[in-house]
Design a protein around this ligand. Structure first.
Ligand code: COA
Length: 93
């Protein structure tokens, strides 16, 4: 995770294949989001490959919205999608 003024940017995130679909990613993502709130972030941004059903479903499941498609985002070849999630700050109105 990278931290900017109001944003946190999830740069690299993966779960070992043998451990996928067991809630590991969800637990780590929740912990990273809690850290981002403590760091003062209001939003988490992340990118995923357009053809990655696992990543897009995972982030959608956790309240991330798909903002825009980016052609040739990965190495100038694979298309990607930008996602974001607005964090709930404790005591925020
Ligand atoms: C995306 C990724 C991190 C998810 O990690 P995970 O530990 O398997 O995720 P969880 O077990 O917490 O899954 C939570 C929910 O996400 C969704 N999901 C996760 N993997 C999915 C898949 N392969 N297909 C469809 N939905 C999926 C499901 O809704 C799942 O809930 P369920 O298992 O009750 O149906 C993992 O698949 C991964 O490392 N993929 C390769 C790298 C990658 O794409 N990283 C993200 C881009 S930065």
């Amino acid at each position: 995770m990278e931290y900017w003024d109001d944003d946190a940017h999830l740069v690299l995130f993966a779960v070992r294949p043998a451990s996928q679909r067991q809630g590991v990613g969800s637990s780590i993502l929740a912990w990273l989001e809690a850290c981002a709130v403590v760091a003062g972030s209001k939003r988490v941004r992340v990118e995923a490959r357009l053809d990655s059903v696992a990543a897009r479903s995972f982030y959608n499941q956790h309240g991330y919205h798909e903002i825009c498609l980016k052609r040739r985002m990965y190495s100038g070849a694979a298309d990607g999608v930008n996602l974001e999630k607005w964090l709930r700050i404790p005591n925020d109105a």
